[in-house]
Design a binder for this molecule. Structure first.
Ligand SMILES: [Zn+2]
Length: 393
């Protein structure tokens, strides 16, 4: 049995408790949360700071870890994607080492589960070790070219088949983004995945040209495609924002994790929430600053009661893979978001989005969520620039 205590304990599923004791078995399973008076102080590991459950990172591209620092910041999504596409080749050794280092960084930083995008099988060996729970999203795109949908599907399925998830992990075939998936490919993905109970991730409204393509049929994506010899002449401009196209083709019975959402408006959110009760909104603030130098307006999400989750995106578009750093960025630029909300985004909402809340996301008896200590909190129990995370379990 192990016992931990600190100035505050945040179970996340219930109100924070001053000086409570988190009791676990030796494997880290939560047995109880109790007042400190009931325990012999000599039997408790008492720390200064705040105890929280392990972090859930709902959006990563682990396979891009070897490109850290290779693509410029602040240029916008389209130059960024061009940089990734043209520079991602490297030796298998270099790619493999970077993947292992990145996983170790996330484990040390208190991350207990990751929703991870895969285009290739490079990360599958590391994931099969089961060091944490992985939800692998094997991602498909056909650049809106219906005639390529079958071949794209078959190639993606071949990657998907190579992954043997460890116990507690999962996988799904998913669409990349509204601007890159044809209706026929959406259909193939839907008919392949189980009809309910899955998590489907999709990049959403990350850059102004995305909405422009769907609203007016013009802009950077049309130019981007023509540079790669892809014509959008047959693309029917829907005249709505891009998320409406996604809603028309996704399956509302599955959980849907919309990723980035920097341009998502209150109307977009309302439409998605009316479409399905299983919507989640992954925000990757540091990657948004890295690529586009802008952040979502979190007030819109809070007012809509949207379930926000946090992600790191990849080391190609971030300075580190740390959920604490994502929380600190939001606290720095949009300080009206309370610490308790940030914590829920970083833990329980992410666990629910991935369907991993049976074991993760909160201090509740029977779960094995990990135990983290936040040290160096700022005034008023808020995050400060010097707040650090120590992984206790
Ligand atoms: Zn991404």
């Amino acid at each position: 049995m192990r016992k931990f205590s600190a100035d505050w304990v945040y179970p996340v599923s219930s109100a924070p408790l001053p000086q409570a004791v988190v009791v676990t078995d030796n494997a880290g399973k939560i047995l109880a949360i109790e007042p400190r008076e009931r325990h012999d102080p000599a039997s408790v590991d008492i720390r200064s700071g705040v105890l929280i459950p392990g972090f859930v990172n709902t959006h990563c591209h682990l396979e891009l870890s070897h490109m850290k620092g290779k693509v410029d910041t602040g240029t916008g999504l389209i130059p960024f994607i061009t940089g990734v596409v043209t520079q991602r080749n490297a030796s298998p050794e270099l790619i493999g080492e970077a993947i292992e280092r990145a996983e170790a960084e996330m484990l040390a930083g208190g991350i207990v589960a990751v929703g991870d995008i895969s285009n290739v099988p490079d990360t599958f060996e590391v994931k099969s070790r089961g060091n944490m729970r992985w939800y692998t999203f094997v991602e498909l795109f056909d650049f809106l070219q219906d005639e390529g949908a079958e071949k794209t599907f078959d190639n993606g399925k071949a990657v998907f088949d190579q992954l043997r998830p460890a116990l507690g992990s999962a996988k799904a075939l998913v669409p990349h983004a509204p601007y890159s998936v044809s209706p026929r490919l959406f259909e193939r993905i839907n008919s392949f995945n189980p009809a309910s109970g899955m998590t489907i991730s999709i990049h959403n409204q990350e850059t102004p040209p995305e909405n422009e393509l769907f609203l007016q049929g013009t802009g950077g994506f049309r130019e981007f495609y023509s540079r790669f010899g892809i014509s959008l002449d047959r693309f029917q401009v829907p005249g709505t924002t891009s998320i409406h196209y996604a809603l028309a083709h996704l399956n509302p019975a599955n959980r849907t994790l919309f990723v980035h959402n920097t341009l998502t408006t209150a109307d977009d959110l309302a439409a998605a929430q009316a479409w399905s009760p299983h919507t989640y909104w992954a925000s990757c603030p540091n990657a948004n600053l890295y690529i586009e130098n802008r952040l979502p307006d979190y007030r819109v999400f809070m007012e809509a009661g949207a379930r926000v989750t946090l992600g790191t995106d990849s080391l190609t578009s971030n300075w580190q893979l740390s959920i604490l750093e994502e929380m600190k960025t939001i606290a720095r630029y949009q300080s009206y978001v309370p610490f308790s909300d940030l914590l829920r985004w970083a833990t329980l909402n992410g666990a629910q989005a991935l369907g991993f809340d049976d074991t993760l996301g909160s201090f509740e008896p029977g779960k094995t969520p990990g135990v983290l200590l936040l040290e160096g909190m700022g005034p008023g129990e808020n995050l400060g620039a010097d707040t650090r995370v120590v992984r206790l379990i």
